[in-house]
Write a protein that binds this ligand. Structure first.
Ligand code: CMC
Length: 392
């Protein structure tokens, strides 16, 4: 075992070479395919960014139109998939449903199971997943309410179609507020990729066994669910609610987070790679103020979040450990203002991260990477004699 380097959590182990996302944690820089996240969030749409991540370049108008048309053709999901929704208890967590439903797409598109798919066939599978994800996500939500399902509208753009299926009604046309469409685009763009994080690494690891795209991404969704990863956006709101109900004493909760005997962590704080401000959090914090103001919402937990941030950033514990707010700290306050319930937040993260996962899966195949198979240092028993059950 002498040649095995042990690195719990792969803190210093590179798993691949990648040309998708650049991240400088010391400087707080994030770029997709060379474009700064700040510029993309301000000027682009989620569909354009999806194209950029998957194909490597921003699309021309014709490429974008073709991409949109192709996606529109695949937005429906098989009618039999509605039976899955009927089978879940109404309060079951949307992330469990999402992971299972995405994996189940492999049953409806068995051509995805063929390991030797041509490039064109593989790309069609990616398009199908991108196209069906908003339908699945909004139907999970509608089912949780017991409301009728709204079918995709192919004359709407990607984000508007998603919002219409989520907040629309079957009987009349609902105009989706442009403020909401724009906020949703920004949030999805900011979540679209983040190099070799836990879920992207999971997608690549599962995909490295030549497992189909749907199952690989379903595994990524499961990885994202945990509160140390994407599940943090739900955990942040629950934490802020708890602090509010407790009288808003932020100092008490900061002290709890610092106490090594207390399992409580400041949710939405800290990051494996960022040792400076998370650039996504900067943009989201500003968007949070803008969106709430434009929608005329006054959410008391926003002021608690700001006080918490201010107190943490001047506290030696957080300063020494370089713990800053991350992407999940303010995003939930926006999702809430847009009308989403808390348990849908991580699903929205997954919707945003989907093009990144697809791009990572595709790149892993194009690089012809070998199956992922880390080593270990064995610490168990060496030789034990088998004793029959009567003698144990
Ligand atoms: N609250 C209190 N202390 C913290 C926190 C926190 N949120 N995060 C890290 N620390 C402390 C930690 O206890 C450790 O202290 P010490 O050196 O005294 O033992 C030090 O800071 C380093 O932390 P770590 O746990 O070794 O760092 P990591 O890189 O393994 O973990 C993390 C990164 C994001 C899992 C962690 O910061 C955390 O649990 N944060 C809260 C959950 C969260 O917000 N997750 C979202 C991450 S960003 C988006 C995403 O991935 O989805």
């Amino acid at each position: 075992t002498g040649h095995i380097t042990l690195d719990f959590g792969y803190k210093n182990t590179g798993s691949t070479k990648s040309a998708i996302t650049f991240l400088d944690g010391e400087e707080g820089i994030l770029k997709y395919r060379g474009y700064s996240i700040e510029e993309l969030a301000e000027k682009s749409t989620f569909l354009e960014v999806s194209y950029l991540l998957i194909y490597g370049n921003l699309p021309t108008q014709t490429e974008l139109d073709n991409f949109q048309t192709l996606i529109s053709r695949h937005t429906l999901i098989h009618e039999d998939m509605k039976k899955f929704f009927d089978g879940y208890p109404s309060k079951s967590h949307p992330m469990g449903q999402l992971s299972a439903l995405v994996c189940s797409l492999s049953a409806f598109y068995p051509e995805s199971l063929v390991a030797e798919q041509t490039k064109e066939e593989q790309e069609l599978t990616m398009i199908k997943l991108l196209a069906k994800m908003p339908t699945i996500v909004s139907w999970i939500y509608k089912k949780s309410l017991g409301h009728p399902l709204i079918y995709p509208r192919n004359n709407f753009d990607y984000v508007t179609n998603f919002l219409n299926m989520t907040f629309g009604q079957r009987t009349e046309d609902v105009t989706i507020d442009p403020v909401v469409v724009s906020a949703m685009n920004t949030l999805l763009i900011l979540h679209a990729d983040h190099e070799q994080n836990c879920s992207a690494s999971t997608v690549r690891m599962v995909g490295s066994s030549d497992c189909n795209l749907f199952a690989s991404i379903s595994a990524g969704i499961s990885a994202l669910w945990g509160p140390l990863h994407g599940g943090a956006n739900q955990a942040v709101i629950e934490m802020l609610e708890l602090i509010k109900a407790d009288g808003g004493d932020t100092e008490k909760w900061i002290n709890k987070a610092k106490d090594k005997n207390d399992p409580f962590r400041m949710m939405g704080f800290g990051h494996r790679v960022y040792k400076n401000f998370d650039p996504r959090a900067k943009i989201i914090k500003k968007a949070c103020d803008d969106v709430l103001e434009k929608l005329g919402i006054n959410d008391p937990i926003l002021s608690i979040a700001k006080r918490l941030e201010e107190a943490a950033l001047s506290d030696p514990y957080f300063i020494e450990r370089k713990l800053y707010p991350n992407v999940d700290f303010y995003s939930g306050i926006i999702y809430r203002a847009l009308g989403f319930p808390t348990d849908m937040f991580t699903v929205l993260f997954a919707l945003g991260r989907l093009p990144g996962w697809i791009a990572q899966w595709k790149e892993m195949h194009e690089n012809k990477e070998p199956i992922g198979r880390p080593r270990q240092i064995y610490t168990g028993h060496t030789n034990r004699k088998y004793v029959d059950v009567n003698g144990r």
